[in-house]
Write a protein that binds this ligand. Structure first.
Ligand code: 2NL
Length: 347
């Protein structure tokens, strides 16, 4: 007569619970369950040992085994339900369509800073009664130099570092070095009075660096009327400066030389960085140079057939890129031509 090993039931149940706890999927759980409760399972194997027991012992032992089986079935089923729920949750999460997803769309730049500056300048001058005129970038030597009182061997020619085109007579066709030829064309086309500004791209044979680019933009202004004086010039420059930069920013003139104006002056404006107090940008002076101006030279009037005894006028000019540089505090001029979105999207 063999005795029933009651401790073995406890051991099998204990091992089954360890296997249950370590199963991480429904599949693993079901094989752990089969290893205990299945046909060849450890607990089922214990049933076989009951056969040889005396009746009284078999009943007790059978009850022990059956109770263990019932507890284990319940525990496995409960754990299976948990794991199934978790797996279902994970599957649904993976299959979920994210309808809130948005696409970034194409990156957009903006109007270049030079164009924005040019537009603002045009607005200011139009508000002061000027019209806007434009002209060709490829010019004749006559429109760009001769008519402006800069004959071929005039020393001022070397200041311009002209880019010539291989067209016609040598050095007869060029990329305009300033927008003054537009003023020449305007005076040839229409009689005074003239109140006009000419913005546009100009070209010089400069090596690019932080302050120079071989192509840049300029705006020039021209007034021709009866009785125009140097006082009108000074007043116009100062009015423009206040209108464009705001009250508190003024202009002052200092003597200079240009072949196309007499007398000529450079004009400086209150430093926009320190508003006149003195800083690094203005070398402590409170003023920064912006451009040049003067009374139109009688030879220029004669070249375009305007009688200098009847009409007088003034002209002025300055760089738009330099203005953009000051307004937006740009350290290196070359970034203006880079079209880098990291710059253009800032403004
Ligand atoms: C400067 C100086 C200037 C002019 C441009 C001009 C045009 C005609 C007649 C007389 Cl048709 N003058 N233009 C006059 C003085 C100065 O520009 O520093 N520009 C960046």
């Amino acid at each position: 007569m063999t005795a029933f090993d009651a401790a073995a039931v406890a051991t099998v149940e204990e091992q089954a619970r360890v296997a249950l706890a370590s199963a991480t999927s429904v599949d693993e759980l079901r094989s752990a369950q089969a290893a205990t409760l299945g046909k060849r399972g450890a607990l089922t194997a214990l049933n076989a040992t009951l056969r040889d027991l005396p009746d009284e012992d078999r009943k007790k032992a059978g009850a022990l085994v059956n109770e263990a089986r019932a507890r284990l079935v319940a525990a496995f089923d409960a754990r299976a339900a948990e794991l199934e729920a978790a797996e279902r949750e994970a599957r649904l999460g993976a299959e979920r369509l994210d309808l809130t997803e948005t696409l970034p769309g194409p990156l957009r730049g903006s109007v270049t800073l030079v164009t924005q500056t040019k537009d603002a300048l045009e607005d200011t001058f139009v508000g002061m009664g000027f019209v806007v005129a434009e002209g060709p970038e490829v010019e004749s030597d006559w429109h760009n130099f001769e008519a402006l009182n800069i004959p071929r061997f005039h020393p001022a020619r070397s200041n311009f570092d002209t880019l010539y085109l291989d067209w016609g007579e040598p050095e007869s066709t060029l990329l305009r070095t300033h927008t003054s030829p537009v003023q020449i064309r305007l005076m040839l086309e229409q009689p005074p009075p003239i109140y006009a500004v000419m913005p546009g791209r100009v070209y010089r044979k400069d090596t690019p660096d932080a302050r120079h680019t071989p192509s840049f933009s300029q705006i020039e202004g021209l007034v021709v009327d009866h009785g125009i004086t140097f006082g009108d010039l000074a007043g116009t420059i100062d009015t423009f400066t206040g209108a464009y930069f705001g009250p508190g920013i003024h202009a002052r003139l200092r003597p200079a030389y240009f072949p196309f104006t007499e007398p000529s002056a450079e004009f400086e404006i209150t430093c926009t960085i320190c508003e006149g107090a003195g800083c690094r940008t203005c070398s402590g002076t409170g003023w920064v140079e912006l451009g040049g101006c003067g009374m139109v030279h009688p030879n220029v009037f004669r070249a375009v057939g305007i009688d200098p005894e009847e009409w007088t006028g003034f002209a002025f000019g300055f760089g738009i890129d330099r203005l953009a540089q000051m307004r937006y505090e740009i350290a290196d001029m070359r970034v203006l031509a880079d079209n880098d979105l990291r710059l253009t999207t800032q403004f």
